[in-house]
Design a protein around this ligand. Structure first.
Ligand SMILES: [Zn+2]
Length: 278
C-alpha cells in the first residue's frame, strides 16, 4: 500500500536501522546502482543499459536531458527508475535559479521522486525549493566514500520529509585515489550500499579522469558523439567499464538489488515529528 507523503520515517542511526525495517532485516546485502547521466551521448547510455539488461539488474538513473536513449530507459520500468539530476551551477543550462532548474528537470522526468544534484551542490535554498515545488522524496547528493556506517536520515522541513541517503562509492572519485583499490563491494552495514557510475566513464572504460577529459576536449560535439567518434578513446585494460561489469555480474549472482524508491520501504512508517502533517 502506498504511504502518504510525509509519513515515512527513516532510520537515523545504525542500531535503529538494523532493528527498525519493514522486513526485520538490515540491508547490508543489498546494492543500489545509480547512474548520473551528465549529458552523456546516447551510445554511452544504451551500452550501459545493455549491460544491466543482460544481467537483469535494477538501477536508478539521474537524468540531465531528454533523448531517444532516455526514452528507451523509460520503456523498461522493470529495470530502470528515472530521477532528476539538476544542475544548480551559475552556468547551468537547466535554469538561473533553483526554482527554474527544478521546474525544468521535473518537466523532463515528471514521474521522478528521487534526485542527485549535479556536482553535489546543496544549500538551504535548494532544500526549500525541492520541498516546496517538487514531489521529490529522496535525495542522494551526499558522498561518504567507502563508509561502513552510512545510513539514510530524514530532514523535516516545510511539513515534508526528505530522505537523505548517502552514497559510498563513485567512479570518478575512486579512479583518482592513490590506493587504486576500486573494488566496489557491499560495505555499508545498515542500509543498501549505493554505488554511482557515469555512462560516459563506462563507455570509455575510463582509467583516470584525465583520460575522460582529453576525450571530451578532442570531440567538438561530445553530447551528440557517435559510437564511431568515441571509439578511439575507449581505454583497454582495467577501467570503469570492467569494474562496472564486475559489479553488475556479482550483483546478479549474489546480491539483492533495488531502486532508489525502495529506500522508502526500508523503514517502518511511524508518526512524523512536530510541525508535520498527520
Ligand atoms: Zn553530474
Amino acid at each position: 500500500m502506498k504511504k502518504p507523503l510525509g509519513s515515512y520515517r527513516v532510520m537515523s542511526n545504525a542500531s535503529e536501522a538494523s532493528a527498525n525495517t519493514t522486513s526485520g532485516t538490515a540491508y547490508s546485502d543489498t546494492a543500489l546502482i545509480t547512474l548520473d547521466v551528465d549529458w552523456a551521448p546516447d551510445c554511452a547510455i544504451d551500452d550501459t543499459a545493455a549491460i544491466l539488461i543482460s544481467e537483469g539488474v535494477k538501477s536508478t538513473w539521474f537524468v540531465t536531458h531528454m533523448s531517444p536513449a532516455i526514452e528507451r530507459l523509460r520503456s523498461r520500468p522493470d529495470l530502470f527508475e528515472l530521477g532528476i539530476h539538476p544542475c544548480f551551477f551559475s552556468d547551468s543550462t537547466h535554469g538561473a535559479t533553483p526554482e527554474a532548474v527544478l521546474r525544468h528537470c521535473m518537466e523532463l522526468v515528471p514521474e521522478s521522486i528521487s534526485m542527485r544534484s549535479h556536482g553535489l551542490a546543496w544549500s538551504s535554498g535548494i532544500l526549500t525549493a525541492v520541498l516546496s515545488q517538487t514531489p521529490i522524496l529522496i535525495d542522494i547528493s551526499i558522498l561518504l566514500p567507502r563508509s561502513s556506517a552510512a545510513a539514510p536520515a530524514y530532514m523535516q522541513w516545510l511539513c515534508r520529509n526528505l530522505i537523505r541517503a548517502p552514497y559510498t562509492w563513485e567512479d570518478g572519485y575512486e579512479i583518482e585515489q592513490p590506493d587504486t583499490d576500486w573494488h566496489p563491494g557491499l560495505h555499508t552495514l545498515y542500509a543498501p550500499t549505493i554505488f554511482n557510475f557515469h555512462p560516459i566513464h563506462i563507455f570509455l572504460n575510463s582509467p583516470t579522469l584525465s583520460h575522460y577529459e582529453s576525450a571530451k576536449r578532442a570531440l567538438t560535439r561530445f553530447q551528440s558523439g557517435t559510437r564511431e567518434e568515441l571509439a578511439p578513446y575507449v581505454a583497454s585494460g582495467r577501467g570503469i567499464q570492467s569494474t562496472f561489469k564486475e559489479l553488475v555480474r556479482r550483483t546478479r549472482n549474489r546480491t539483492r538489488h533495488c531502486f532508489a524508491r525502495d529506500l522508502l520501504d526500508s523503514v517502518a512508517p511511524s508518526p512524523v515529528g512536530p510541525g508535520s502533517p498527520s
